[in-house]
Write a protein that binds this ligand. Structure first.
Ligand SMILES: NC(=O)C1=CN([C@@H]2O[C@H](COP(=O)(O)OP(=O)(O)OC[C@H]3O[C@@H](n4cnc5c(N)ncnc54)[C@H](OP(=O)(O)O)[C@@H]3O)[C@@H](O)[C@H]2O)C=CC1
Ligand SMILES: O=C(O)[C@@H]1CCC=N1
Length: 268
């Protein structure tokens, strides 16, 4: 028996980027039984759920939430703000960026609220999902949340809600920053006349092999950069030029701008 037991789950936004990762993962792993999941969206059954042809779909989030014990909010903040959901006496698990527990409580009546920040790696079962529970969240609720989040990867509870802003901009961004770096490297390779297929394979080797070499020892990144600089070779020249051109400043500016955006969303 899963941690969810006989509870019914409404997944609002079941066909979205995150929803279509979570729904099938929870079903496949037995976290929730197909008869206990209500999938909600406007457009109806999504192919990601083809293995469960009898799954219940609802185009009315209020009806889905009303019939569930656990309500997962996996919709965009602006869409949530158009909904009238009554989630009193329900556990609410929200994935929404920049929507505070206080706002969710105000608009849904829920008291047991968990905000979690998964990322796009949920689609390959590798999300890292920091989460924050309100004081009313029970020990059983925490087990339920852990079971749901674990279905798509790893998760940790955060002690302070405000830390979710940084989590949104860091792990929440998934592969976005790596994509930015890969794109910049591809442009540079092309600028230097490398044939397109060689440029692609070179950048793939840099970006996609790095995780295997750094997994589980990310704190060693500072030392790895220092080692290359001390080595004094060609990579040292490249890294030093990137640092001199403001690489760290650019990353710091990115994270600060993202956190500012999250905080502005919370006040919208
Ligand atoms: N994508 C990511 O990597 C991350 C996203 N988040 C947060 O997770 C939430 C979901 O994001 P994401 O999955 O990317 O969003 P998507 O836009 O991909 O999906 C939104 C989902 O909501 C449904 N939806 C929209 N309006 C309604 C409505 N009125 N009634 C019912 N269903 C509706 C859509 O289906 P339909 O169009 O059929 O109605 C769709 O299933 C967001 O709040 C985002 O901030 C957090 C961390 C990372
Ligand atoms: O870019 C976004 O808004 C989504 C939500 C959090 C991370 N990615």
């Amino acid at each position: 028996m899963s941690d969810i037991g006989q509870d019914r789950v409404a997944l609002i936004g079941a066909s979205g980027w995150l929803g279509r990762a979570f729904g099938p993962a929870m079903l496949r792993q037995g976290v929730v039984a197909p008869g206990h999941l209500i999938a909600a969206n406007r457009s109806g059954a999504h192919p990601a759920y083809d293995d469960w042809p009898d799954l219940e779909w609802s185009t009315d989030p209020a009806v889905a939430a009303g019939r569930a014990d656990i309500v997962i909010l996996s919709v965009l903040p602006q869409d949530f703000r158009q909904m009238a959901l009554d989630c009193r006496d329900r556990l609410v698990l929200s994935f929404m960026a920049g929507v505070s527990c206080a706002e969710i409580a105000d608009s849904t009546g829920a008291e047991r609220i968990v905000r979690a920040l998964p990322n796009a790696a949920a689609g390959i079962g590798r999300s890292y999902s920091p989460w924050f529970p309100t004081p009313d969240v029970t020990a059983r609720d925490r087990d339920i949340v852990a079971a749901i989040l674990s279905s798509v990867g790893d998760a940790d509870a955060l002690p302070r809600e405000e830390d979710l802003a940084a989590a949104t901009i860091l792990s929440g961004a998934g592969p976005a920053y790596a994509a930015l770096l890969a794109d910049a490297l591809l442009q540079a390779a092309r600028d230097h006349g490398l044939p397109e297929d060689i440029a692609r394979k070179s950048v793939e080797a840099m970006i996609c092999d790095a995780p295997a070499m750094m997994a589980g020892q990310i704190e060693g990144a500072t030392q790895l950069v220092a080692d290359y600089i001390d080595y004094g070779g060609t990579t040292a020249a490249a890294l030093s030029a990137a640092q001199d051109a403001g690489f760290q400043d650019a990353v710091r500016a990115a994270v600060t701008a993202g956190i500012d955006r999250v905080n502005a969303m919370s006040r919208e």
